[in-house]
Structures are given as C-alpha cells and as structure tokens.
Design a protein around this ligand. Structure first.
Ligand code: HEM
Ligand code: HEM
Length: 399
C-alpha cells in the first residue's frame, strides 16, 4: 500500500540540498587547499556559512517536526534513519566548530575574513588547546569527522535508494520539491523569521566582536614602543606637508604577486634647511592601524600581533637626521621605531624646491625580519617577501 506521507517543507528541502552540496564541496576543498591561501579563506568562509545554516536548520526543525516515515517501514530501519540524521546534525555543528577552533589556536595567526568582506574573530580558547598535542587532536577530529560524514552519506543514500527502489513512495520524494511525485504538500511551515532572525542576531553579535575592539583573543598587554633617539629634541618645523598630495607607500611580494599599500594617517614635523643640513631634522609619526593594502585580509593581517600589532603599538615613529648631499639629491639616516625594534636605514631622496613649494621623492628598502614582522607564520619569506620598499612622495610648503 502506498503511504501518502507529506513532503518536507520547501525551506527544509532547500536547506537540505544547498547544505549537502556545500558540505561535499567543503570536503573536496579541505583536501585541495595546501599552498592556496585564497582557498583556505574560502574554506573558512563557507564553513562558517554552513555553521550559520545549521543553526537556522536546527531552530526551524524544532518548530516544524519532519513528516513521518512510511508506516510499513520496519522499526529498526526507522531507528537507523533517525540515528543517521542525528549524527549528520552533530557533524554539521562539530566540523565547523573544530575548524574554527583549529584556526583560533593555530600558531599561524592568520585572520579570517569571510568572503573577503567580514572580519571574523577567533574563538577565545584556553591555553591548553594551543599545545601541539591538543592541536593534533583537533586536526584529527576535523579531518576524521569528514570521513565519518562520507560513511554516513553512503548509508543515507543507500537507505533512500533502497526505499525508492522498494516502491515506498514518499521517502526520496519527500525531500524533492512537489514536481517530483504525488507526495502531499506539508502543513503550513512556520518559524522562518524566528529561525533566521535568531541565527542572524547570534552571528551578527559574533561578527561585531572585532569592531567593538575586544577581539581578537590574542591581544597583548599594552606596552609602549621605544622612543626614537632625539625625539624629544626641540624641532622648529619650517615646512608644512600638503597631506592631500603626499603619501607613504609600501610595496612588496605576496605569493608570487606584488602588493602595495599606503598609510591613511600620518604626520610629519619637518625642519629642513638646504644650506644647513646639520641643523635639519624631521619626525614622522604613522598610525599603523591605517595601513591599507587594498584587501581586507591583508589589512586585518597587518593589524595582527605578529605584524604591526596595532593594539599594542598604535604608532610607528621615524626620525630623519644626518642629512648629506649626494650626486642625485640627498640622503639621510632614517631611524625607525616600530613595535619593540629600533632600526636605522639610509633614505635617499630628491627634493625640488620651487619658490615656497618643495616636492619630495624618497625611497628605501627595509627587511621585515629586522622589525620582527611575520616571523611566526612566515620567517623564511615563503609567502611574503622579506624586502619591503617604502616610498614617500609629496609636497610641502615653506612656513
Ligand atoms: C562543515 C564544514 C567543514 C567541513 C566539511 C570541513 C572539511 C575539511 C576537510 C575534509 C579538511 C581536510 C582535512 C585533511 O587534511 O585531511 C579540512 C581542513 C581544514 N579546515 Fe575544514 N571543514 C569545515 C569547516 C571548517 C571551518 C569553519 C574552518 C575554520 C573556520 C575550517 C578550517 C580548516 C583548516 C584550517 C583546515 C586545514 C587543517 C590542516 O591543515 O590540518 N574548516 N576541512
Ligand atoms: C552531505 C550530504 C547530506 C547530508 C548532510 C544530508 C542530511 C540529511 C538530514 C539531516 C536529513 C534529515 C532531515 C530532517 O529530518 O531534519 C536528511 C533527509 C533526507 N535526505 Fe539527506 N543529506 C545529504 C545528502 C543526501 C543525498 C545525496 C540524498 C539523495 C539520495 C539525500 C536524501 C535524503 C532524503 C530522501 C531525506 C528524507 C528521508 C527521511 O525523511 O528519512 N540526502 N538528509
């Protein structure tokens, strides 16, 4: 006899197939992302999206019990089918949570930017989870969990196919939209708003953590950067920078391609006398959190602890002195105070003075190792080139 059970509601059908496709894609991606930084970011983005959809699905299901299985189905098969479904739900929560915990406790402090747009915080994790053993266990849960999912999928599909072939109308077709067979439509589905609303609020609150400034969890206690020697000197600025027309730009190599960026907020006090180079001096203060390298992922990385660590060291300071004339222009000693490092590099520049307007073009190459930048995740310069070229261009007017 044919059991006229009702179908799943459209929302359950949509979530089922979209999530099934995304889960399979995620497993493929997980196995094929070594040495592809962009794929890691995509994996994390889709994984967090799946966690979001799981929350929606679980809340919605609690308000909309699934349609019953065919009456003639043996009790042990019903139980098996139920257990597989519950195990699926367990994995849909465990897998992304384990992945999120993995990246949150990794010694590579790579930020997560969902779909290149939303900065996603790390989970606050106790110290014992950061050890090698705990990390290996987490990795195993994540990777073996994917295999458990594959095995369950085998059982799940076998079950669905068996009942379909067995002519039990209403198992596979329950999970297909109404076009595919005469399975009665469901009773009115309810709770869309509650399911989506709760999930959106919960995830929006998590996404707000970095904006509120309390994450990421690895913020170090504040300590001040060393003061560049001579910073307290009394400088009598005789030039005013035209910031609109001036920029401090950094360029380097990332993953075989170039990257470039500028600092949005910096100030310079300049005392420069072409006829009294010994009495010339400049102090530049750069707000490191305003570094903009064009992509949110790069900018979030730069703010992180192992790069500029902008929470602890909001400013970098550069003192220019010991000016000398060269064949092509000038050179000066640039003493850069960044994080806990104090490094002096030569800065070659040209200066064209036309009446009261001076046009500057300066370049220097810095080794990021000397500034302890990116030394935990990429000490050998595999991804991010060791040399970073800094150029300063712009105009200033005489006071
Ligand atoms: C349901 C969602 C997910 C599935 C099905 C999934 C699946 C996988 C698979 C199959 C691998 C390869 C494991 C191996 O090396 O054998 C992997 C690796 C990885 N996944 Fe996921 N993942 C999910 C969610 C996430 C999330 C949300 C994150 C982080 C926010 C994440 C972070 C990672 C990382 C960092 C690795 C590399 C681990 C390593 O190098 O050992 N995953 N994932
Ligand atoms: C990774 C892939 C998949 C996952 C995680 C998954 C998960 C689930 C879950 C959790 C349910 C129970 C829904 C509920 O009652 O709340 C379900 C039902 C169902 N799934 Fe899948 N599924 C996947 C792939 C498939 C595939 C490929 C098929 C096609 C053969 C399929 C056919 C069905 C059918 C027919 C039902 C309804 C059966 C019933 O009520 O017993 N699923 N699935």
């Amino acid at each position: 006899m044919k059991a006229e059970t009702s179908r799943y509601a459209l929302i359950a059908i949509t979530l089922h197939w979209v999530m099934a496709a995304l889960l399979l894609f995620m497993i493929w991606l997980g196995w094929n992302m070594d040495d592809h930084e962009a794929r890691y970011q995509l994996h994390k983005s889709v994984g967090i999206l799946l966690l979001f959809l799981t929350v929606v699905r679980v809340i919605w299901r609690a308000m909309n019990p699934p349609p019953p299985l065919p009456e003639e189905m043996p009790a042990h098969e019903k139980l098996a089918s139920h257990l597989v479904h519950m195990a699926f739900y367990g994995l849909m929560i465990l897998l992304p949570l384990a992945g999120w915990l993995l990246v949150s406790t990794s010694k590579f402090k790579v930020p997560t930017v969902l779909f290149g747009t939303i900065s996603w915080p790390h989970l606050p994790a106790p110290d014992f989870l950061r050890g090698d053993l705990a990390h290996a266990i987490l990795e195993n849960i994540h990777s073996k969990g994917a295999w458990v999912l594959i095995i369950l999928l085998g059982l799940h599909v076998a079950g669905a196919v068996k009942h379909e072939i067995g002519g039990e109308e209403g198992v596979l077709k329950k999970m297909l939209p109404g076009l595919f067979g005469k399975v009665a439509p469901p009773k009115t589905a309810r709770g869309y708003l509650r399911a989506f609303g709760t999930a959106i609020i919960a995830f929006a609150l998590i996404a707000l953590i970095p904006i509120a400034g309390s994450g990421p969890s690895d913020a170090a206690p504040a300590e001040s950067a060393p003061v560049a020697e001579g910073e307290a000197d009394n400088l009598s600025p005789n030039w005013t920078v035209n910031y609109e027309q001036s920029e401090i730009r950094f360029t380097g190599e990332y993953d075989g391609a170039g990257f470039t960026g500028t600092f949005g907020d910096w100030t310079a006090d300049i005392e420069f006398h072409p006829d009294d180079l010994a009495g010339s001096e400049a102090l530049v203060t750069v707000r490191t959190a305003t570094a903009d390298a064009g992509k949110k992922l790069y900018n979030d990385s730069l703010k992180g602890q192992e790069w500029f660590d902008t929470n602890t060291f909001p400013e970098a300071r550069i003192r220019l002195d010991n000016f000398r004339e060269t064949d092509t222009g000038y050179t000066a000693d640039a003493t850069i105070s960044l994080k806990t490092e104090l490094v002096t590099v030569p800065l070659d520049f040209t200066l064209d003075i036309d009446g009261d307007i001076a046009t500057l073009n300066a370049t220097t190459v810095m080794n990021r190792k000397a500034f302890d930048l990116g030394q935990a995740s990429d000490p050998a310069g595999t991804w991010v080139g060791e040399d970073v070229t800094v150029t300063v261009t712009g105009t200033a007017s005489r006071n």
